[in-house]
Design a protein around this ligand. Structure first.
Ligand SMILES: NC(=O)c1ccc[n+]([C@@H]2O[C@H](COP(=O)([O-])OP(=O)(O)OC[C@H]3O[C@@H](n4cnc5c(N)ncnc54)[C@H](OP(=O)(O)O)[C@@H]3O)[C@@H](O)[C@H]2O)c1
Length: 332
């Protein structure tokens, strides 16, 4: 069996995770990495070619990828890079700006359909696995609303976007933000109340902040609590810590979550479905989901399919290395 040739586009946390994941998925092989900063990446990666993303003729000819896994940021990188790359090669990405997914899907669908490629968008754990769970829950318990809770463990889950937001505040040298789910909100959903939550009803935010020398903690706290969207609607706790404490006690990218929906079947029998995931590393988990989707992309492409797809459109068996016989015998 020929291996599926995979190219990574963009090398940050998720890109690193994809490289590690490919070492465990032996039906796929990493053929190279393309980046806007190839010198930086080549200092870290020496076993495969690292090429500039600005030279598509060169990376297509030298790497001959079957699938490109796009690991750029959702805010600026993917909207710019995605449609360009979808014209050149089959792609998969983890675009996670939920409100812009319909617009991004349209752009990617046009690019991939016109050029005869397959592009799977917005996969990972949320959007991704949780999207599938939400749709299934609603299909199996009609009328049930599906909710996502994040940071159920004692330490909560690290939010990279909120940590980035803290680091933009003058006087903040470094920071990490942990999200905590509110247990009473989870119970209300489990009880089948289908509550209409306001922002701040489902989660609280805990910030660990290292101050610049001479910075005023009162001013920094005020700025954090008043930051619209990110912190203003939430109950927010702020701890000022040393850089050493932040680096040792709050390291890594742990995260976890729960997709949950409840309602009734028949006239009055309660029904509830839950999907729980716990990740020691959010970017590595996301990378593993991306790699399984790269396998599915190669299969869809072999069937002559074209255009954009999401996790909702792909049979589960396409993600797996298991044969149909194995699945029927042992996994049903
Ligand atoms: N769907 C989901 O469940 C899910 C979960 C987690 C994350 N995500 C998405 O994944 C995206 C990527 O996350 P990430 O943590 O990998 O972001 P990141 O580390 O900030 O990397 C994003 C891009 O920034 C560039 N970069 C990284 N480190 C750099 C450095 N030291 N200097 C200069 N450039 C650097 C890389 O592009 P170049 O190599 O081209 O420079 C990289 O592709 C997020 O934006 C998020 O939207 C989705």
């Amino acid at each position: 069996m020929q291996k599926i040739r995979v190219m990574i586009v963009g090398y940050g946390n998720v890109g690193r995770g994809v490289r590690l994941s490919l070492q465990k998925n032996t039906d796929l092989e990493l053929v190279g990495i393309v980046s806007r900063s190839p010198e930086r990446v080549a200092r870290e990666v020496t076993d495969v070619p690292v090429l500039p993303v600005s030279e598509p003729d060169r990376f297509l000819a030298e790497l001959r990828p079957d699938v490109a896994i796009l690991c750029g940021g959702s805010k600026n990188d993917l909207p710019a890079q995605g449609p360009v790359l979808a014209k050149l090669v089959n792609t998969v990405d983890s675009f996670d700006n939920h409100s812009r997914i319909p617009e991004y899907f349209k752009m990617m669908n046009e690019a991939a359909t016109q050029s005869g490629h397959v592009s799977v968008i917005s996969t990972g754990w949320d959007p991704g696995i949780f999207s599938l769970e939400r749709v299934l829950a609603n299909a199996f318990i009609p009328g049930a609303r599906a909710y996502g809770f994040y940071g159920l463990g004692e330490k909560g889950g690290l939010s990279m976007g909120h940590s980035d937001a803290l680091r933009t505040i003058p006087g903040v040298k470094d920071a990490r933000q942990f999200t905590h789910a509110i247990p009473a909100a989870i119970e209300a959903v489990r009880n089948g109340e289908n509550p209409a939550f306001e922002p701040g009803d489902m989660h609280t935010r805990e910030c660990f902040v290292v101050l610049e020398e001479g910075a005023d903690p009162e001013a920094v706290s005020r700025t954090i609590r008043e930051m619209p969207g990110y912190f203003a609607p939430y109950q927010t706790t702020i701890h000022f810590v040393s850089q050493e404490e932040l680096d040792t006690r709050y390291k890594g990218f742990p995260h976890d979550g729960l997709a949950v929906a409840a309602g009734v079947t028949g006239n009055d029998h309660t029904a509830r479905v839950e999907y729980r995931c716990v990740w020691g590393s959010n970017p590595e988990a996301t990378a593993n989901v991306l790699v399984a989707h790269a396998r599915a992309v190669a299969r869809l492409a072999r069937e002559g399919r074209r255009g954009a797809f999401t996790i909702l459109d792909i049979p589960a068996s396409y993600f797996s290395t298991l044969s149909r016989e194995e699945m029927l015998a042992h996994w049903m």
